[in-house]
Design a binder for this molecule. Structure first.
Ligand code: MLT
Length: 209
């Protein structure tokens, strides 16, 4: 392993090996105040038998784990977004080597969806795609990335008090401009996860093997 790569142990995490041949692994990224156990049940529901890699965000906001710093709700510390996205990408690369995994599909909720989107734009080779639940634009001016061949499902809530619909539409535009195959669904929901998110994510993943 190269010394530039973060060791797997840099992130508290859980790894659940897969037991279905050919199932794409999932990288599970929790929301603010969550941890490495939060999204394991979701991962098992939407991709039964897939390997699950689930790190805990390393930034603490009043004791609540997150994946990057924010200055206020919806106002991000962009330098920290970039730094933390690279750290997480290095962790994923090291974990893939350790467990012999192909590039995972990120499944992120809220803050986890935002770091997944940042990682896709900064380190496009690390992820095979993403399911971004209640995501918003993490970087106003992302670098030009080549995301061609990488599918992304964005699931937004029409009544989300944290993520304005226009912001999610802008994120979809950024990812499409980079070549990703984006599907953007706006659900009759707020910021919280709903059964419709689970159903749509499971169907979308099943269509991609
Ligand atoms: C973020 O901080 O990433 C978003 O505002 C969503 C949240 O985590 O509350």
């Amino acid at each position: 392993m190269s010394t530039a790569t973060s060791p797997v142990t840099d992130f508290v995490h859980r790894f659940v090996p897969g037991d279905r041949a050919g199932a794409r692994p999932l990288l599970l990224l929790h929301g603010t105040g969550g941890d490495e156990s939060d999204l394991l049940p979701l991962g098992q529901m939407i991709a039964p038998g897939a390997a699950l890699l689930s790190p805990r965000g390393r930034v603490l906001e009043n004791g609540m784990p997150r994946f990057f710093r924010r200055l206020a709700e919806g106002v991000f510390d962009h330098e920290d977004v970039v730094r933390r996205a690279h750290e997480l990408a290095d962790f994923v690369t090291a974990a893939r080597q350790q467990h012999g995994l192909p590039p995972p599909i990120a499944v992120g909720f809220s803050n986890g969806a935002n770091i997944a989107a940042a990682m896709m734009m900064l380190r496009p080779e690390v992820l095979a795609g993403g399911v971004l639940i209640r995501a918003m634009v993490p970087l106003p001016e992302p670098p030009q990335a080549d995301l061609s061949g990488r599918p992304v499902l964005i699931l937004s809530g029409a009544m989300d008090p944290i993520v304005p619909e226009a912001d999610a539409v802008r994120l979809a535009g950024q990812l499409s401009a980079a070549g990703a195959g984006v599907t953007h669904e706006i659900l009759p929901a707020g910021h919280g996860l709903t059964q419709a998110d689970v159903t749509l994510a499971r169907r979308w993943l099943a269509e991609r093997g």
